[in-house]
Write a protein that binds this ligand. Structure first.
Ligand code: NAD
Length: 244
Protein backbone atom coordinates (compact mmCIF):
# COMPACT_ATOMS: atom_id res chain seq x y z
CA UNK A 1 0.00 0.00 0.00
CA UNK A 2 1.09 3.54 -0.71
CA UNK A 3 -0.46 6.68 0.76
CA UNK A 4 -1.27 9.08 -2.05
CA UNK A 5 -4.95 9.13 -0.98
CA UNK A 6 -4.60 8.59 2.74
CA UNK A 7 -7.31 10.41 4.71
CA UNK A 8 -9.59 10.75 1.68
CA UNK A 9 -13.02 9.20 1.20
CA UNK A 10 -13.96 8.08 -2.31
CA UNK A 11 -17.31 7.19 -3.90
CA UNK A 12 -17.19 5.13 -7.10
CA UNK A 13 -19.99 4.12 -9.47
CA UNK A 14 -19.84 1.06 -11.74
CA UNK A 15 -17.16 -0.35 -9.45
CA UNK A 16 -17.84 -4.05 -9.98
CA UNK A 17 -15.98 -4.35 -13.30
CA UNK A 18 -13.60 -2.66 -15.70
CA UNK A 19 -12.33 0.88 -15.18
CA UNK A 20 -14.55 1.60 -12.15
CA UNK A 21 -13.37 -1.54 -10.41
CA UNK A 22 -9.69 -0.98 -11.16
CA UNK A 23 -10.03 2.62 -9.94
CA UNK A 24 -11.78 1.62 -6.71
CA UNK A 25 -9.05 -0.94 -6.01
CA UNK A 26 -6.28 1.57 -6.81
CA UNK A 27 -7.92 4.20 -4.57
CA UNK A 28 -8.04 1.70 -1.67
CA UNK A 29 -4.43 0.65 -2.30
CA UNK A 30 -3.42 4.31 -2.03
CA UNK A 31 -5.09 4.60 1.37
CA UNK A 32 -8.55 6.00 0.57
CA UNK A 33 -11.70 4.80 2.29
CA UNK A 34 -13.71 3.57 -0.70
CA UNK A 35 -17.48 3.27 -1.14
CA UNK A 36 -17.95 1.04 -4.17
CA UNK A 37 -21.32 0.84 -5.92
CA UNK A 38 -22.76 -1.00 -8.91
CA UNK A 39 -25.84 -2.96 -9.95
CA UNK A 40 -23.76 -6.16 -9.95
CA UNK A 41 -23.73 -7.26 -6.31
CA UNK A 42 -21.63 -10.39 -6.90
CA UNK A 43 -18.94 -8.29 -8.57
CA UNK A 44 -19.02 -5.86 -5.65
CA UNK A 45 -18.69 -8.67 -3.10
CA UNK A 46 -15.36 -9.73 -4.59
CA UNK A 47 -13.94 -6.26 -3.79
CA UNK A 48 -13.62 -7.33 -0.14
CA UNK A 49 -10.43 -9.18 -1.18
CA UNK A 50 -9.01 -5.79 -2.21
CA UNK A 51 -9.60 -3.94 1.05
CA UNK A 52 -12.96 -2.45 0.07
CA UNK A 53 -15.51 -3.28 2.75
CA UNK A 54 -18.14 -0.67 1.96
CA UNK A 55 -20.13 -1.70 -1.09
CA UNK A 56 -23.73 -1.15 -2.06
CA UNK A 57 -26.06 -1.87 -4.94
CA UNK A 58 -26.74 1.38 -6.76
CA UNK A 59 -28.41 1.91 -10.11
CA UNK A 60 -27.16 5.31 -11.21
CA UNK A 61 -30.33 5.75 -13.29
CA UNK A 62 -32.38 5.98 -10.10
CA UNK A 63 -32.35 9.53 -8.72
CA UNK A 64 -33.94 8.63 -5.38
CA UNK A 65 -31.47 5.80 -4.82
CA UNK A 66 -28.52 8.10 -5.59
CA UNK A 67 -29.83 10.71 -3.15
CA UNK A 68 -30.45 8.08 -0.45
CA UNK A 69 -26.95 6.64 -0.69
CA UNK A 70 -25.56 10.17 -0.64
CA UNK A 71 -27.29 10.79 2.70
CA UNK A 72 -25.89 7.49 3.98
CA UNK A 73 -22.31 8.03 2.88
CA UNK A 74 -22.02 11.73 3.74
CA UNK A 75 -19.04 13.81 2.70
CA UNK A 76 -16.56 12.41 0.20
CA UNK A 77 -13.34 13.92 -1.17
CA UNK A 78 -13.40 11.95 -4.42
CA UNK A 79 -16.33 11.12 -6.71
CA UNK A 80 -15.54 8.85 -9.64
CA UNK A 81 -18.36 8.41 -12.16
CA UNK A 82 -17.63 5.35 -14.28
CA UNK A 83 -21.02 4.01 -15.36
CA UNK A 84 -21.58 4.08 -19.10
CA UNK A 85 -23.06 2.09 -21.97
CA UNK A 86 -21.83 1.71 -25.56
CA UNK A 87 -24.66 1.78 -28.09
CA UNK A 88 -23.61 0.27 -31.45
CA UNK A 89 -24.89 2.03 -34.55
CA UNK A 90 -25.27 5.15 -36.63
CA UNK A 91 -28.03 7.73 -36.31
CA UNK A 92 -30.24 5.38 -38.34
CA UNK A 93 -29.98 2.57 -35.79
CA UNK A 94 -30.53 4.86 -32.81
CA UNK A 95 -34.18 4.95 -31.76
CA UNK A 96 -35.51 7.63 -29.43
CA UNK A 97 -35.41 5.12 -26.59
CA UNK A 98 -31.78 4.18 -27.41
CA UNK A 99 -30.94 7.90 -27.30
CA UNK A 100 -32.77 8.42 -24.00
CA UNK A 101 -31.24 5.34 -22.37
CA UNK A 102 -27.69 6.31 -23.39
CA UNK A 103 -28.03 9.89 -22.18
CA UNK A 104 -29.69 8.73 -18.95
CA UNK A 105 -26.98 6.19 -18.09
CA UNK A 106 -23.93 8.00 -19.49
CA UNK A 107 -24.70 11.65 -18.69
CA UNK A 108 -27.68 12.17 -16.39
CA UNK A 109 -26.18 9.63 -13.96
CA UNK A 110 -23.29 12.06 -13.46
CA UNK A 111 -25.70 14.97 -13.06
CA UNK A 112 -27.40 12.93 -10.30
CA UNK A 113 -24.26 11.98 -8.39
CA UNK A 114 -22.67 15.43 -8.67
CA UNK A 115 -25.85 17.14 -7.45
CA UNK A 116 -25.88 14.67 -4.56
CA UNK A 117 -22.25 14.86 -3.42
CA UNK A 118 -21.20 18.40 -4.40
CA UNK A 119 -22.99 20.31 -1.60
CA UNK A 120 -21.01 18.50 1.13
CA UNK A 121 -17.79 18.95 -0.89
CA UNK A 122 -18.51 22.67 -1.03
CA UNK A 123 -19.09 22.77 2.70
CA UNK A 124 -15.77 21.00 3.23
CA UNK A 125 -14.09 23.33 0.74
CA UNK A 126 -12.51 20.49 -1.22
CA UNK A 127 -13.34 17.74 -3.68
CA UNK A 128 -12.15 16.02 -6.83
CA UNK A 129 -14.79 14.81 -9.29
CA UNK A 130 -13.65 12.47 -12.05
CA UNK A 131 -15.96 11.58 -14.92
CA UNK A 132 -15.17 8.77 -17.33
CA UNK A 133 -15.73 10.11 -20.83
CA UNK A 134 -14.08 8.62 -23.94
CA UNK A 135 -11.63 9.44 -26.72
CA UNK A 136 -14.55 8.55 -29.02
CA UNK A 137 -16.84 11.54 -29.17
CA UNK A 138 -14.36 14.00 -27.65
CA UNK A 139 -11.15 13.51 -29.67
CA UNK A 140 -12.42 11.56 -32.68
CA UNK A 141 -15.53 10.08 -34.24
CA UNK A 142 -15.55 6.29 -34.22
CA UNK A 143 -17.79 4.35 -36.60
CA UNK A 144 -21.10 3.18 -35.14
CA UNK A 145 -20.65 5.23 -32.00
CA UNK A 146 -23.24 7.91 -32.86
CA UNK A 147 -25.10 8.36 -29.57
CA UNK A 148 -22.20 7.05 -27.49
CA UNK A 149 -19.95 9.79 -28.88
CA UNK A 150 -22.65 12.39 -28.26
CA UNK A 151 -22.97 11.31 -24.62
CA UNK A 152 -19.22 11.34 -24.04
CA UNK A 153 -18.89 14.84 -25.55
CA UNK A 154 -21.67 15.88 -23.17
CA UNK A 155 -19.67 14.41 -20.28
CA UNK A 156 -16.66 16.52 -21.27
CA UNK A 157 -18.85 19.65 -21.43
CA UNK A 158 -20.55 18.89 -18.12
CA UNK A 159 -17.10 18.40 -16.59
CA UNK A 160 -15.86 21.80 -17.77
CA UNK A 161 -19.04 23.49 -16.57
CA UNK A 162 -18.74 22.06 -13.05
CA UNK A 163 -15.02 22.91 -12.98
CA UNK A 164 -15.68 26.51 -14.02
CA UNK A 165 -18.62 27.07 -11.67
CA UNK A 166 -16.81 25.86 -8.53
CA UNK A 167 -13.16 26.64 -9.29
CA UNK A 168 -12.92 29.22 -6.50
CA UNK A 169 -14.40 26.88 -3.89
CA UNK A 170 -11.86 24.06 -3.73
CA UNK A 171 -13.62 21.79 -6.21
CA UNK A 172 -11.86 20.23 -9.20
CA UNK A 173 -13.67 18.33 -11.93
CA UNK A 174 -11.82 16.40 -14.62
CA UNK A 175 -12.75 13.87 -17.27
CA UNK A 176 -10.79 10.85 -18.46
CA UNK A 177 -11.05 9.94 -22.14
CA UNK A 178 -9.83 6.36 -22.59
CA UNK A 179 -9.13 4.76 -25.94
CA UNK A 180 -9.78 1.02 -26.29
CA UNK A 181 -9.45 -0.64 -22.91
CA UNK A 182 -9.63 -4.37 -22.21
CA UNK A 183 -12.67 -4.65 -19.92
CA UNK A 184 -15.50 -7.21 -19.78
CA UNK A 185 -17.88 -5.06 -21.81
CA UNK A 186 -15.20 -4.17 -24.37
CA UNK A 187 -14.40 -7.88 -24.84
CA UNK A 188 -18.15 -8.48 -25.25
CA UNK A 189 -18.27 -5.88 -28.03
CA UNK A 190 -15.24 -7.51 -29.68
CA UNK A 191 -16.86 -10.95 -29.51
CA UNK A 192 -20.09 -9.54 -30.99
CA UNK A 193 -18.08 -8.20 -33.94
CA UNK A 194 -17.11 -11.77 -34.92
CA UNK A 195 -14.12 -14.11 -34.53
CA UNK A 196 -11.74 -11.35 -35.66
CA UNK A 197 -13.33 -8.80 -33.35
CA UNK A 198 -10.55 -8.51 -30.79
CA UNK A 199 -7.89 -8.33 -33.53
CA UNK A 200 -9.87 -5.60 -35.24
CA UNK A 201 -9.86 -3.52 -32.05
CA UNK A 202 -6.12 -4.18 -31.51
CA UNK A 203 -5.29 -3.30 -35.13
CA UNK A 204 -6.55 0.26 -34.68
CA UNK A 205 -4.10 0.72 -31.80
CA UNK A 206 -0.67 1.91 -33.07
CA UNK A 207 0.97 0.40 -29.97
CA UNK A 208 -0.34 -2.97 -31.06
CA UNK A 209 -2.24 -3.64 -27.87
CA UNK A 210 -5.31 -2.61 -25.91
CA UNK A 211 -5.07 -0.50 -22.78
CA UNK A 212 -5.69 -1.96 -19.34
CA UNK A 213 -8.16 -0.78 -16.73
CA UNK A 214 -5.22 -0.44 -14.33
CA UNK A 215 -3.60 2.11 -16.68
CA UNK A 216 -6.77 4.21 -16.53
CA UNK A 217 -6.94 3.75 -12.76
CA UNK A 218 -3.41 5.18 -12.45
CA UNK A 219 -4.62 8.41 -14.07
CA UNK A 220 -7.69 8.39 -11.82
CA UNK A 221 -5.43 8.15 -8.75
CA UNK A 222 -3.44 11.15 -9.97
CA UNK A 223 -6.60 13.20 -10.56
CA UNK A 224 -8.01 12.13 -7.18
CA UNK A 225 -4.84 13.06 -5.32
CA UNK A 226 -3.48 16.46 -4.37
CA UNK A 227 -0.66 15.91 -6.90
CA UNK A 228 -3.10 17.22 -9.52
CA UNK A 229 -4.18 20.24 -7.46
CA UNK A 230 -3.51 22.66 -10.36
CA UNK A 231 -5.57 20.64 -12.87
CA UNK A 232 -9.27 21.11 -13.46
CA UNK A 233 -11.80 21.08 -16.28
CA UNK A 234 -9.64 18.96 -18.58
CA UNK A 235 -10.64 15.97 -20.73
CA UNK A 236 -7.51 13.85 -20.20
CA UNK A 237 -6.90 11.58 -23.16
CA UNK A 238 -5.27 8.19 -22.52
CA UNK A 239 -5.57 6.17 -25.69
CA UNK A 240 -2.26 4.48 -26.58
CA UNK A 241 -1.93 6.83 -29.52
CA UNK A 242 -5.24 5.84 -31.17
CA UNK A 243 -5.93 9.45 -32.13
CA UNK A 244 -2.41 10.24 -33.41
N1 NAD B 1 -13.58 -0.17 -22.13
C1 NAD B 1 -13.31 0.80 -23.00
O1 NAD B 1 -12.68 0.58 -24.03
C2 NAD B 1 -13.75 2.22 -22.70
C3 NAD B 1 -13.24 3.24 -23.51
C4 NAD B 1 -13.64 4.55 -23.26
C5 NAD B 1 -14.52 4.82 -22.24
N2 NAD B 1 -15.02 3.80 -21.48
C6 NAD B 1 -15.97 4.15 -20.43
O2 NAD B 1 -15.51 3.65 -19.20
C7 NAD B 1 -16.62 3.40 -18.34
C8 NAD B 1 -16.50 2.00 -17.76
O3 NAD B 1 -16.53 1.08 -18.83
P1 NAD B 1 -15.80 -0.35 -18.72
O4 NAD B 1 -15.62 -0.83 -20.12
O5 NAD B 1 -14.63 -0.22 -17.85
O6 NAD B 1 -16.79 -1.23 -17.89
P2 NAD B 1 -18.18 -1.94 -18.29
O7 NAD B 1 -18.85 -1.24 -19.41
O8 NAD B 1 -17.86 -3.35 -18.49
O9 NAD B 1 -19.13 -1.71 -17.05
C9 NAD B 1 -18.68 -1.57 -15.75
C10 NAD B 1 -19.81 -1.71 -14.79
O10 NAD B 1 -20.94 -0.85 -15.05
C11 NAD B 1 -22.00 -1.41 -14.32
N3 NAD B 1 -23.28 -0.77 -14.65
C12 NAD B 1 -24.00 -0.89 -15.77
N4 NAD B 1 -25.15 -0.22 -15.67
C13 NAD B 1 -25.16 0.36 -14.45
C14 NAD B 1 -26.09 1.18 -13.75
N5 NAD B 1 -27.26 1.53 -14.31
N6 NAD B 1 -25.78 1.61 -12.51
C15 NAD B 1 -24.61 1.25 -11.92
N7 NAD B 1 -23.69 0.45 -12.52
C16 NAD B 1 -23.98 0.01 -13.78
C17 NAD B 1 -21.91 -2.87 -14.71
O11 NAD B 1 -22.61 -3.69 -13.79
C18 NAD B 1 -20.41 -3.11 -14.68
O12 NAD B 1 -19.98 -3.67 -13.46
C19 NAD B 1 -17.87 3.63 -19.18
O13 NAD B 1 -18.38 4.92 -18.94
C20 NAD B 1 -17.34 3.53 -20.60
O14 NAD B 1 -18.12 4.25 -21.52
C21 NAD B 1 -14.66 2.50 -21.68
Amino acid sequence: MSDRLTGKRAFVTAAAAGIGRASAIAFAREGAEVFATDIDEAGLASLADHGIARTARLDVRDTEAVEAIGRDVGTVDILLNAAGFVHHGTVLECSDSDWDFSFDLNVKSMHRTIRTFLPAMLEAGRGSIINISSAAGVYKAAPNRYVYGATKAAVAALTRAVAADFITRGIRCNAICPGTIETPSMLGRAAAAGPQGREMFVSRQPMGRLGTAEEIAALAVYLASDESAFTTGVAHIIDGGWTL
